[in-house]
Design a protein around this ligand. Structure first.
Ligand code: GTP
Ligand code: MG
Length: 612
């Protein structure tokens, strides 16, 4: 099954094929394919990364006046080199850009040799960068030579899907499985998003080339692990690449090297330098923040030309191998990524995850929870093998060590896995999502840890509320930051979600049937946040507060908060926040009653069903 879908995904035909399949035909097609004698090949992570890096090496990003600049730009560039494709996007400031891929790296060099610098001063310090702009011609216009069959491959290619349109499409789906697949298809990071992320990495690599003989800048995390959505942040790592050439003991001429002196870690000092260089030299970089005293020092910045937020760290190969591992699990079965998207989106909706770091769970451990669930042997069979199975199947080429000798050895070529070791469950996405919520509703978080290495619950080695074993360093817990309250909320929310999904998938299809009941529109998000008053005390039910008599409200509020918070000061602050929110809410309700009955209904619906 996965073999068939892998091929389809690779050729980009999944969407049209999916439309013709409903949940049951999906399973039939699975059975047919498994016994086919034309096995298609899984790509390895390295193959994909190499291809993306090569694409970036023959591409540039050019700022233009608008998408109608295409013909002029195409015509101009094709004078220097053969153009393979042009993609258009706009950044957050609504400026227009075109990412152009040329036929070869040599082609790109020819184009870059034709570039000029804006300034005429002799002391200007120009920097070679693949981010350029297209100057308007002075004098007469050139004749444009653009073949009829050439056009932009995509226009406005990084724009997230319009939420109203997405919800309309989800509403029109026939099954919950279709809804989950549609959510994935419409929100996953697209080809242009991935290309742009590799361009931002390439820009740094070009700059560092003049300072370091052996540096590579590589994306990791959701930009490359197959679980990224449009607009996700870009995690980058600067790595030393010890090529065979550089480490050849036969070579007698050896580079003199600069020893790093002084007490502080050389990494911290490198990252300090990187921060300075980014600020001073790299076009597009703004808002540089140095976080150098963390366990993994990072430099955060915004790339305005690419419209991305970037986290750059130094020498973190285990981050890359972790991304590879997630990518492999996501490739093994076509249900893994859509299911994870649905879970991530639901977690964001109910406020379990949050873009800011804190005491809550983040997308990475949440993804491990989905993978772990898919490893369970249910009556329908399992979807994914355990990680220790992939380790057992590893061959000589798979032996990899990261920093501090962290062993990152596991099978990379999925074609070598016996077909009976994965995708044994025939459950559709709807059933898997419900099973996911039910599984974690019953999970013994008090005594058990989640380990994708074992694929079964293991004993918790300590009393931390949530224990998710780091697959590459099993002594570590990737959810060590999660507080008791947040873990309790997770348990409550999975139970709510199981109930919600089950009840909204039955009977007639209302405007929140199926997946819609678990998600929310951006337009009502602010309102829902308000209803979940006092974000830091999310366990308090606002519905209860509204149901109580006015006189009782404050005392009850205080006692509820006291159960959840530690100091009187915190309680006072929270009571204050809640009172303000309640007044606002009451005012809003008044307004809504008179202004818009549809929104008033929405408020009622939210209050009735969703407040926790
Ligand atoms: P989003 O950015 O939320 O879309 O997901 P992400 O997977 O990119 O997560 P994040 O940016 O938080 O982290 C980037 C990558 O760092 C993850 O994909 C993991 O590979 C790795 N990572 C994140 N948190 C941990 C952790 O607690 N321990 C370890 N070892 N690696 C982590
Ligand atoms: Mg990330």
């Amino acid at each position: 099954m996965s073999v068939l879908f892998q091929t389809v995904i690779n050729t980009g035909r999944l969407y049209s094929l999916r439309k013709t399949l409903n949940a049951s035909s999906y399973c039939k097609c699975v059975t047919v394919r498994r016994f086919s004698d034309v096995p298609s090949k899984f790509k390895t992570f390295d193959e994909v990364v190499t291809q993306r890096r090569q694409e970036a090496r023959r591409s540039i990003v050019v700022q233009v006046n608008s998408d109608s600049s295409f013909k002029e730009l195409y015509s101009y560039c094709s004078k220097y080199a053969s153009v393979s494709g042009v993609h258009h996007y706009k950044n957050n400031a609504e400026e227009h850009f075109m990412l152009i891929e040329f036929g070869s790296e040599e082609n790109l060099k020819d184009v870059l040799r034709s570039c000029s610098s804006h300034h005429k001063d002799l002391d200007v310090m120009a920097l070679q960068s693949p981010f350029l702009w297209f100057r308007a011609v002075s004098g007469k216009k050139e004749i444009l030579t653009v073949p009829d069959d050439k056009s932009l491959l995509i226009t406005n290619g990084t724009l997230p899907v319009d939420e109203d349109q997405l919800f309309a499409e989800l509403l029109a789906c026939e099954t919950v499985s279709d809804q989950i697949q549609t959510l994935y298809d419409k929100t996953m990071l697209n080809d242009l998003g991935i290309r742009l992320r590799y361009m931002v990495a390439r820009q740094l690599e070009i700059m560092f080339d003049s300072l370091y003989a052996n540096i590579a800048v590589r994306p990791f995390g959701s930009s490359v692990n197959g679980f990224g959505r449009i607009g996700c942040d870009l995690d980058l790592v600067l790595t030393n690449v010890l090529t065979e050439e550089l480490s050849d003991p036969e070579k007698r001429l050896v580079y003199q090297e600069k020893k790093c002196e002084g007490g502080r870690s050389p990494w911290q000092r490198h990252m300090e330098l990187v921060g300075e260089l980014l600020e001073l030299r790299v076009p597009g970089v703004t808002r540089v923040q140095r976080i150098l005293h963390a366990r993994v020092p990072i430099v955060k910045y915004a790339h305005d030309l690419a419209g991305l937020d970037v986290d750059l760290c130094y020498s973190n190969m285990s981050g890359i191998y972790m991304s590879e591992l997630l990518w492999l699990f996501g490739s093994l079965d076509p249900r893994v990524r859509p299911l994870t998207f649905a879970v991530r989106r639901w977690a964001q909706t109910v406020g379990l995850t949050n873009p800011h770091p804190g005491r809550w769970i983040t997308n990475f451990p949440l993804t491990l929870m989905v993978l772990f669930f898919l490893q369970q042997k249910t009556k329908d069979g399992f979807v994914l093998p355990s990680f220790k199975y992939l380790i057992r199947k590893a061959e000589k080429d798979d032996i990899k060590l990261a920093e501090d000798n962290v062993n990152c050895t596991f099978l990379r070529d999925l074609n070598k896995l016996p077909t009976e070791s994965y995708a044994q469950s025939s459950s559709n996405l709807q059933s898997l999502l419900l099973q996911f919520f039910e599984f974690y509703s019953q999970f013994d978080f008090n005594d058990k840890a989640i380990s994708i290495n074992e694929g079964t619950p293991v004993r918790k080695p300590n009393a931390l509320p949530l224990y998710i074993v780091n697959p590459l360093e099993q002594a570590l817990n990737v959810s060590r930051n999660v507080s008791y309250e947040e873990c309790e909320r997770l348990r409550t929310e999975v139970r709510n979600a199981a109930w919600q999904l089950e009840s909204s998938s039955e009977g007639s299809k209302g405007d929140d049937w199926g997946l819609l009941g678990l998600l929310e529109r951006r337009t009502t998000r602010g309102l829902k946040k308000l209803l979940r008053v006092g974000n830091s005390h999310r366990l308090v039910s606002v519905k209860d507060l509204f149901n109580e008599k006015e006189d009782d409200k404050q005392d009850s509020l205080r006692s509820k908060l006291q159960r959840l918070t530690k100091t009187d000061k915190e309680v006072d602050q929270s009571v204050k926040e809640m009172k303000v929110a309640m007044i606002k809410e009451e005012r809003k309700e008044q307004k809504l009653k008179f202004k818009n009955s549809q929104v008033a209904n929405e408020v009622y619906r939210i209050r009735r069903d969703k407040i926790v």
